[in-house]
Design a protein around this ligand. Structure first.
Ligand code: ASP
Length: 581
């Protein structure tokens, strides 16, 4: 080895020892008599000291070291004159006796320190330099520890990690597939898995009753902020289980991860049915770190006078605590916020519960004081609180108020990244109606088991069929989702039919699964965690890109290798896709 220690491990304990270190030059300070160099590797920074008087040649060589030069030094650990309490190695420095330049470096395009001056695009182009920065290195370490915690825990519970293929046939999870044409089979293509869903179910048929895999998945989606076309899941499946077994097992996994990686003991995992989550929080992934729940005032707010409310299907309000003092300008800003096309409300009504017990609102002329008081009472608003109302179609109002609730909480600093509130959301609707396509789609995926009692509603009210599906939510983020699966061939065929597949289409796309179900499929269910998001949350960040070594940008491009990129005409020809350039 070229080094005896890393740049993060030497302290006063090592005083007097002769050591060898390797690393990158972060900074070089020439103070005349002395030259100091900060030497960095992924473990930390150690100060190197070169004395002009004692070793003039060595000191002259040190002065020539540029940023990011790779060097090897040998020297003695000595006590620093001016100690740096912010650095683990801040008590010592190395009096250098030998210096060897292992490689020179051009001046990097941005500073490689905890806080860089480089813009996002530039840093993505030179990702290998960005990866040298301490925050990124901590994130990669956290990701490694998380993966290790997952493997340790699940292995201890009898799960086997089994790989499934990447070159497969399309698995419908609601997004577009990335396809891979093959020159051996002109006109045909593989698809990259959106998840190993069908394979993990086939593993259950194959008798591997506890499976997991930390696996890459691919979705050719229109990229919304902070989504990656390829991302990693902790994919899991169990046989001979019911929902409760899955919830318990993966609650324990989640607890183990937080404890192992962050030393955090998670609080109770709450549970909410989907309908209740929508009613109380206007979201199927509510952030429970704060209150401000939705209040349905549809009946109370209708007194025959205020036409906008009269014609609305639903009138709902949230209570912003201690905000009665907000100025007109502040309230107007939030009104503009809800009117933006992304939210889509047409207006907002406010009601201030003033400190003296009186009320003031934007609809004073339509309501008597007692009516306002009674609405405030229903919503639990007290003196000093502010109520904000939205009205319209129920589902839309819930969603809009849910978004407003989050944005206001964010602005009030109520979303503390060091607090964690886990929650299971249960009993999702099985189907979702797509207005554009004019048909029902599976909300989770077509292999999710419906509650059998609900199946009677197939014709009368398909939207009311509930699925045995569950999501694990943490601080407003969906970190995992899964379901109990259909293991009965007849029910699976019925569900395909409900989803608009002809028998032939179902056979063509999923014949392998339906066939497998002829040969003794055990009852089974599973779940998949979004691994990148989980790492980001563990790291106290919302940006998954920072926790992926080589991510794509918001447009799905890898700026470093410049992909995707055109193919040479010959390559198109070989694939039988295009005969000329
Ligand atoms: N395959 C599902 C997904 O990727 C997860 C599951 O049902 O296990 O969302």
């Amino acid at each position: 080895m070229l080094r005896s220690h890393t740049c993060g491990e030497l302290s006063a304990e090592h005083l007097g020892e002769e050591v060898r270190l390797c690393g990158w030059v972060q900074r070089n300070r020439d103070l005349g008599g002395m030259t100091f160099v900060d030497l960095r590797d992924r473990y930390g920074i150690t100060q190197l000291a070169f004395n002009m008087e004692a070793r003039p040649e060595l000191c002259a060589a040190a002065r020539k070291l540029g940023r990011e030069f790779v060097i090897e030094v040998q020297g003695t650990v000595t006590e620093r004159e001016s100690k740096n309490p912010n650095l683990p190695t801040g008590d010592i420095e190395i009096r250098v006796l030998q210096l060897k330049v292992l490689n020179a470096s051009e001046t990097p395009p941005f500073t490689i320190e905890s806080h860089s001056d480089g813009g996002e695009e530039l840093r993505m182009k030179y990702r290998y330099l960005d990866l040298r920065r301490p925050p990124l290195q901590q994130h990669m370490e956290l990701r490694h520890k998380t993966a290790l915690a997952v493997r340790n825990f699940l292995s201890g519970e009898g799960f086997l990690e089994i790989e499934t293929p990447f070159l497969i046939k399309s698995t419908p999870e609601g997004a577009r597939d990335f396809v891979v044409p093959s020159s051996m089979h002109p006109g045909q293509a593989y698809a990259l898995p959106q998840s190993p869903q069908t394979f993990k179910q086939l593993l259950m048929v194959g008798g591997y009753d506890r499976y997991f895999q930390i696996v890459r998945c691919f979705r050719d989606e229109d990229l919304r902020a902070d989504r990656q076309p390829e991302f990693t899941q902790i994919d899991c499946e169990m046989a001979f289980v019911e929902r409760e077994d899955i919830l318990k097992t993966f609650e324990a996994l989640t607890r183990h991860i937080f404890k192992a990686v962050r030393g955090i003991e998670l609080p109770e995992f709450k549970r909410l049915a989907y309908d209740e989550a929508m009613q109380r929080f206007g979201s199927d992934k509510p952030d429970l770190r704060f209150g401000m729940e939705l209040n349905n005032l549809s009946q109370q707010a209708k007194n025959g006078k205020f036409t906008i409310f009269e014609s609305a299907q639903s009138i709902q309000a949230i209570v912003v605590p201690a905000a009665a003092e907000w100025t007109r300008k502040q309230i107007d800003a939030w009104t503009d916020w809800v009117k933006r096309p992304q939210i889509g409300a047409s207006g907002m009504v406010w009601l201030k519960c003033q400190a003296d017990g009186s009320f003031k609102s934007s609809v004073d002329k339509f309501y008597a004081e007692e009516e306002l008081a009674s609405m405030a009472q229903t919503a639990g608003a007290g003196p000093g609180d502010l109520m904000l109302f939205l009205s319209g179609d129920t589902a839309r109002v819930q969603k809009q108020l849910g978004q407003l609730r989050l944005a206001i909480a964010e602005s009030l600093g109520l979303r503390n990244p060091d607090e964690f509130c886990p929650l299971w959301v249960l009993d999702f609707p099985m189907l979702e109606f797509d207005e554009e396509a004019g048909r029902w789609f599976a909300m989770h995926h077509p292999f999710t088991s419906p509650y059998t009692d609900d199946l009677q509603k197939v014709h009368s009210d398909p939207g009311a069929i509930r699925a045995n599906a569950y999501d694990l939510v943490l601080n407003g983020n969906e970190i995992a989702g899964g379901s109990i699966r259909i293991h009965d061939r007849e029910i699976q065929a019925k569900v395909f039919d409900l989803l608009g597949f002809t028998q032939q289409e179902a056979e063509q796309q999923f014949g392998f699964l339906l066939n497998a179900f002829r040969y003794g499929a055990p009852p089974h269910g599973g779940i998949a965690f979004g691994f990148d998001r989980l790492c980001a949350l563990l790291g106290g960040s919302e940006t998954i890109r920072d926790f992926i070594a080589f991510p794509k940008n918001n447009a799905g491009r890898d700026l470093m290798i410049d992909a995707p990129s055109p193919l040479a005409p010959q390559q198109w020809n070989e694939l039988g896709l295009k005969t000329d350039a």
